[in-house]
Design a protein. Structure first.
Length: 56
């Protein structure tokens, strides 16, 4: 008995297309948001240190 397998072209759905096109812009957006959070955190820490120095 011979079983013949045919190769079927890959079917792409809309989610896969959206993921492919938005993958890198989303990574850039996450990186920019992380950078903003770090900058805000550093500025808050610097102002707190200056307040401590001024009170001494």
């Amino acid at each position: 008995m011979i079983i013949e397998l045919s190769i079927i072209a890959e079917w792409t759905d809309s989610f896969e297309m959206v993921y492919t096109y938005l993958k890198f812009p989303i990574y850039w957006l996450i990186g920019i948001l992380q950078l903003i959070i770090v900058i805000i955190n550093l500025s808050v820490n610097n102002t707190n240190k200056q307040k401590v120095k001024d009170s001494i």
